[in-house]
Design a protein around this ligand. Structure first.
Ligand SMILES: NC(=O)c1ccc[n+]([C@@H]2O[C@H](COP(=O)([O-])OP(=O)(O)OC[C@H]3O[C@@H](n4cnc5c(N)ncnc54)[C@H](O)[C@@H]3O)[C@@H](O)[C@H]2O)c1
Length: 350
């Protein structure tokens, strides 16, 4: 069989290579650079194709496809969300994604995105908080201490200058794991025995719990004036984290309203309830935080443009390193119209 031509190969980043790449750059630097890359693409928001992600729902979770394009490159992510997976030793969220050239449709990158999704979600949250959180915030409560929690904590340290995190999870083992992983990070870490205790002295609260139902992680009495809420765990129809009364007291900021109205905290509110699009705050077309007493809520569900930014970022960062393998993924017949001939010849003896 003739060996594949150059056109057959697609650069591929495995989980192992993604971890090597992140360590070679430094986790906090990656989080800062990703926040910049995502913010930059939010300033180009009108250029992108936008659609609510395509979800395939079951009793136990969801599998989603998240496509977008800026006219030059096209990207998509495959991602699942299965809150009961961890009971069977499986992760709640796994993902992989692809970047392609619009001009030819040929892929330029295939990569793991389980690690990358955690990084991009945390970078997006911290980038949003840069526009919405009270100035000089130093303490963040983190409710839900699973896979996302350390990434969120480090992004808020790297991008916003958070110095202390106050952790709470219904499972104390998750809190112990998060505290262990953050030891030596430079963050002061306090483990708490209730959400209420975690909220003490916090100017920001991140909710990143996983439950496939309407849950009430925070109640109205826990949210004082001036707090910024970074709610990322409610990201599916029927899956929310905040009591509706909190939403009614907050100014609400979202990624893409048609998707967030289906999946976010605001699914609890009427369809025409006013929300502000984050990209408009970033471009100066809408106001972010306007007073010290205002409660701001980033109702983050995760949008395809953030994955596009992350794919483009790792493509640029990884290409000329040793952290890329070449996958024989695109059939490349000598005559582009003779695919069958290529297959037939491959079956010939010798
Ligand atoms: N918005 C986004 O872009 C985005 C991206 C990735 C993940 N997510 C979502 O974030 C959530 C967390 O993801 P993960 O990968 O960390 O999941 P995980 O399963 O690893 O961790 C979730 C944690 O929440 C805890 N928990 C559940 N109910 C709780 C409650 N009532 N109070 C306190 N803790 C509680 C669990 O014990 C667990 O430790 C999921 O819902 C996931 O779908 C959102």
């Amino acid at each position: 069989m003739t060996p594949p031509s150059d056109l057959a190969y697609v650069p591929f980043i495995s989980v192992e290579n993604m971890m090597r790449l992140v360590h070679s750059i430094g986790i906090e630097t990656v989080l800062r650079e990703l926040a910049e890359a995502i913010e930059h693409d939010f300033t180009r928001w009108p250029m992108f194709d936008k659609t609510p992600r395509l979800g395939s729902h079951s009793d136990v979770g969801v599998i989603e496809l998240m496509p977008t394009s800026d006219g030059d490159l096209y990207g998509f992510k495959y991602v699942n969300g299965h809150p009961s997976n961890t009971k069977q030793g499986l992760q709640t969220v796994t993902a992989f994604g692809l970047l392609a050239q619009v001009s030819s449709g040929y892929p330029v990158l295939l990569t793991e995105m389980t690690v990358l999704t955690a990084l991009r979600t945390a970078a997006t949250s911290a980038m949003a908080a840069r526009h919405l959180a009270p100035k000089g915030a130093k303490t963040m409560a983190v409710i839900g201490n699973g896979a996302q929690s350390e990434f969120q904590s480090l992004a808020f340290k790297a991008v916003l200058g958070i110095e202390q995190v106050r952790l709470y999870d219904i499972d104390p083992a998750a809190t112990a794991k998060c505290a262990r992983n953050l030891a030596g990070s430079g963050l002061k870490v306090t483990s708490c025995s209730s959400s209420q205790e975690a909220m003490e002295g916090a100017q920001i609260v991140t909710t990143c719990t996983a439950d496939k139902q309407y849950a009430t992680i925070l109640t109205d009495n826990m949210i004082g004036d001036g707090i910024h809420i970074n709610a990322i765990g409610g990201d599916c129809p029927g899956k929310t984290e905040l009591h509706k009364d909190i939403l009614l007291r907050s100014d609400i900021f979202v990624e893409y309203p048609p998707q967030t109205r289906i999946e976010g905290e605001i699914q609890q509110l009427p369809e025409d309830y006013p929300v502000t699009e984050l990209w408009q705050v970033i471009t100066g077309q809408a106001e972010g935080r306007t007073s010290a007493s205002q409660i701001t809520l980033f109702d983050g569900v995760g949008f395809a443009i953030e994955d596009f930014s992350a794919l483009k970022y790792v493509h640029q960062r990884a290409l000329n390193t040793g952290h890329v393998q070449q996958l024989d993924m695109i059939a490349d017949p000598d005559d582009p119209r003779d695919l069958f001939g290529m297959l037939s010849r491959a079956g010939e003896p010798g």
